[in-house]
Design a protein around this ligand. Structure first.
Ligand code: DSN
Length: 490
């Protein structure tokens, strides 16, 4: 396929379009020998262009972010961190990583940044173990009068190792909006330490800081986690830090979902975790709009432990992804990112308001961030899976989600989570959000369950919804700078 040739025939100013040219050249190149891969990329582009992406944890990265990953940096091993590597020849990876670290520090006003985690789960793993090593292993090694863990006898080593699993981790329960890595039984986090959880107030759906404090004082966790995957409100991190200090815990904030809102200064004061948390973990690809990956910010006192994340817990860093992270941090420093972050929240609140105006009740009665949670069982008589599959068949991707004390369990669940980061990147504003709420409401209210995983609507409602969704998508094209003609397969 000659994507590039076709584009160049109509391109008046080549220098202004180097990103598009590079993108199309790469597609052309892949398509020559690897048509299955090229077609899958084209199909994904087509599918993302043709659907309303309302998955709260997804976004669209810039072509610069994507292109930075396609180069020879991927070929280099660089265990260790800048200036302290276990491999030779890492000078240029040092340049990339140091630049990413410095840019992350200035973006978030953090004392230190670590940009190697391959995902948010990896970032949490490194953070948990840094806390365990700093607070459990190091003092125990010192108390034995030994210089390092390597100098311990096998018996001494075993005694200290047993101490790790006695420690406690306190986080928001999964069905109340917490993340799997915050102590869920099906995740490693509940097996390496004893996991305890706090929930939300059954009436308001809000985190009750008194309850958090009571549990924290009773359980005395080593780590207190604040952060969420599906909690539609803000967390007061100053309060969380007070609780952590009172019970002797290290405060870890997982801002994977709202990192972009912090970067864009839409969350400030007590709602910005960076000044309050000992350690902040994140992904880089959600509201932050970077490449898929993880990030850790920490206070200086944790730097020596966090920087040992590789090879302690991580395999070799991904230099090409660190390059891309650096670019996304730089993009988030642009003043336009502030407007973007603000609009994400405004869009979520517009959706919430419109749903409420139609009598739909929302978990916590609204939103302060980038997502909202609807109990579709209560509002529309559908389980989460039935609602998710129906909306997906119309070109509208949301994900089913548990609600607090979910009567339908974790697989079918009772809720859907709706997020605005991706469509905000695409240029959707309040007017489009109102339209989306109208479409979703019209469809969900007509739907009738059909088995546990599906639901049906009349052909009339389906074709009207489809037409309205297509119109919204056509008015705000995704990656308009990539011209691929009819997207025909190679
Ligand atoms: N999968 C992400 C989410 O959807 O929230 C978190 O890991």
């Amino acid at each position: 396929m000659n994507f590039l040739k076709n584009f160049l025939q109509t391109c008046a100013n080549v220098e202004k379009h180097t990103d598009t040219i590079a993108y199309l050249a790469s597609l052309d190149h892949i398509s020559k020998n690897y048509p299955i891969i090229a077609n899958a990329i084209l199909d994904e582009l087509k599918s993302q262009r043709n659907s309303l992406k309302l998955i709260a944890s997804e976004n669209y990265s810039s072509l610069a972010v994507q292109l930075a990953m396609g180069n020879l940096l991927t070929d280099k091993y660089a265990e260790g961190h800048p200036g302290h590597r276990f491999y030779a020849g890492c000078e240029h990876v040092d340049t990339v990583e140091s630049y990413a670290v410095d840019t992350a520090k200035s973006l978030f006003g953090a004392e230190h940044a670590y940009v190697q985690p391959h995902s948010g789960a990896d970032a949490n793993l490194v953070a948990f173990w840094s806390i365990l090593i700093k607070r459990v292993e190091t003092p125990a090694v010192e108390a034995l009068g030994k210089k390092s863990v390597a100098a311990l006898t096998p018996e001494e080593f075993e005694t200290i190792r047993q101490e790790f699993s006695k420690q406690k981790l306190l986080g928001l329960a999964l069905d109340c909006g917490g993340h799997l890595t915050h102590g869920s039984r099906v995740n490693l986090s509940s097996k390496m330490m004893k996991a305890v959880s706090y929930g939300v107030d059954p009436k308001t759906g809000l985190i009750d800081y008194k309850q958090v404090e009571e549990i924290a004082m009773r359980e005395k966790p080593l780590i207190l986690i604040a952060g969420y995957s599906s909690y539609p409100r803000l967390i007061d991190f100053a309060k969380m830090r007070e609780i952590a200090d009172r019970c002797g815990a290290t405060l870890l904030v997982d801002m994977a979902h709202f990192a972009g809102l912090v970067a864009g200064k839409a969350l400030v004061g007590n709602f910005d975790p960076v000044p309050f948390a000992h350690i902040v973990t994140s992904t880089t690809h959600k509201t932050l709009r970077g490449p898929r990956g993880g990030l850790i910010l920490c206070k200086e006192e944790f730097k020596p432990f966090i920087d040992k994340g590789c090879p302690f817990a991580l395999g070799g860093p991904l230099p090409h992804v660190m390059a891309s992270k650096a670019i996304s941090f730089k993009e988030a420093l642009d003043p336009s990112f502030k407007a973007y972050a603000k609009q994400i929240i405004e869009n979520a609140q517009t959706l919430a308001k419109r749903f409420k105006s139609k009598g739909v009740s929302l978990i916590t009665d609204g939103t302060d961030n980038h997502l909202l949670l609807i109990d579709v069982q209560k509002n529309f008589g559908l389980n989460g899976r039935q609602a998710e599959s129906l909306l997906s068949s119309l070109g509208c991707t949301v994900n089913r989600n548990s609600i607090p004390n979910d009567p339908n369990g974790a697989w079918y669940c009772s809720g859907i989570r709706i997020g605005t980061p991706a469509l905000t990147t695409r240029g959707f504003k309040n007017e489009e959000m109102e339209k989306i709420a109208d479409i979703l409401y019209d469809v969900l209210k007509e739907a009738k369950p059909n088995g546990m995983a599906e639901s049906v609507i009349s052909e009339n409602v389906r074709s009207r919804a489809k037409r309205e969704i297509d119109e919204l998508l056509q008015n705000k094209p995704l990656y308009p700078e990539i011209k691929t003609g009819d997207l025909v397969h190679v």
